[in-house]
Structures are given as structure tokens and as C-alpha cells.
Design a protein around this ligand. Structure first.
Ligand code: SF4
Ligand code: SF4
Length: 200
């Protein structure tokens, strides 16, 4: 492979040398950037709210009476409690996941024949935040929230259990449940990238 030659002046001409043209050009770039609005933020003092479809920590939507009628039939074979996870322990999320070993899902059969989920752990240390598990969930139980501060002092704290997943799900519904699903930060940015979309 040959060496690529860069066509570059070996030295400045007399006018450029006397008038410091290169220096002024460089300075103008610096001044332009000094007066521009910065695109960075002063984290952690300043925190941005990610778009609703941001793929942060997972959460479970809970059984709260607002489910579609199609889901009500599930009550016949699942033991649900109000305010608790909608999970039916079908393992679809684990099957779709590229790192299935990060899940620990267990269910038991109650004396009345119905099924009850007793364990749902997710080890986020192995998670790629790809969202495949969310797409695979047939009852719309699993979601990803806008929670992005996931650093902890111990590995154990990186495991989300059912209780924490339910808390995330309730919190996310309360804060952003009414917002349309978005992958862009605001309407202007969306219109610039995707054109005008009418929300139904
Ligand atoms: S986001 Fe991806 S890697 Fe993480 S649990 Fe879901 S499917 Fe697995
Ligand atoms: S896919 Fe949904 S319902 Fe099935 S085990 Fe996972 S979270 Fe539970």
C-alpha cells in the first residue's frame, strides 16, 4: 500500500505571515464556539429527561384495573393481586434475551390450580439494554423506563427483583404514562428528522 501524500503548503506566504492570518482563523473558531449554546450538560447537577422510549432500567407494569379486556381472561389461570406485577411467567422475555442467564423466573401452582409468580430477578450487570425482552412479553408486563443512573456499590444491588421492578413500573406509569411513545427528545427534533406525525 502506497503512502498517501497530503497536498499542503510547506510554509506561509508573506501576507499570511505578516497579518497572522492562520492565527486569526484559529481564534475565530474558538470565539464562535465560546458564544455558541453548549450541547453538553453539567451532570450530575443538571440532568436531562430522556425520551419516553429510552431504554433504561426495567420495570413491571402492575395489575391495576386499567388492563385491556383481553387480559382479564388471564385471571382464570393466574393468581393476581391488585398493585402487583402482571407477569404470567411465560419465559418469553428470557427466551428472546441474548443473555438468558440474567433472568431467574419461578412460578408455583396454587391448590386452586392457578399459577403464581414467586420470583422474577434480572441481573442488569449482564444486560445489553437491547429491549428484546420487552417486545417479547405477550401481556405487556415488562417495560424499560427512563431510569439511567444504575451505578451501585455492590453487585447484588444490580439485581432487580420483583418488588423493585414493580416500583419502577408504577413510578414510570405515574410520571410518563400519559405521554406518547417517543424516541426523540422533543417535537421540533422529531419533525426535523421524521416529518410531521399526527398522534391518534
Ligand atoms: S434488554 Fe436485552 S439483554 Fe437486557 S434483559 Fe432485555 S433482552 Fe436481555
Ligand atoms: S414475557 Fe412478560 S409475562 Fe412472560 S415471563 Fe417475561 S415478563 Fe413475565
Amino acid at each position: 500500500m502506497g503512502i498517501k501524500k497530503i497536498n499542503r503548503k510547506a510554509y506561509l506566504n508573506l501576507v499570511e505571515t505578516v497579518l497572522f492570518l492562520d492565527f486569526i482563523k484559529g481564534l475565530s473558531v474558538t470565539i464562535r464556539n465560546m458564544i455558541k449554546k453548549p450541547i453538553t450538560t453539567q451532570y450530575p447537577k443538571e440532568k436531562l429527561t430522556p425520551p419516553k422510549r429510552f431504554r433504561g432500567a426495567h420495570g413491571h407494569f402492575v395489575w391495576d384495573g386499567t388492563e385491556p379486556d383481553s387480559l382479564k381472561a388471564i385471571e382464570k389461570f393466574m393468581s393476581y393481586e391488585k398493585g402487583k406485577s402482571r407477569c404470567v411467567a411465560c419465559y418469553m422475555c428470557q427466551t428472546a434475551c441474548p443473555m438468558p442467564s440474567l433472568f431467574r423466573i419461578e412460578a408455583v401452582q396454587l391448590p386452586d390450580g392457578r399459577k403464581k409468580v414467586v420470583r422474577f430477578d434480572m441481573n442488569l450487570l449482564n444486560c445489553l439494554f437491547c429491549g428484546l425482552c420487552v417486545d417479547a412479553c405477550p401481556v405487556g408486563c415488562l417495560t424499560m423506563t427512563d431510569i439511567f443512573e444504575l451505578a451501585n456499590y455492590s453487585r447484588r444491588d444490580e439485581v432487580l427483583n420483583m418488588e423493585r421492578l414493580e416500583i419502577h413500573g408504577k413510578d414510570f406509569t405515574a410520571r410518563r404514562g400519559e405521554e406518547p411513545d417517543r424516541i426523540w427528545p422533543d417535537d421540533k427534533e422529531r419533525e426535523r428528522l421524521w416529518g410531521k406525525i399526527e398522534w391518534s
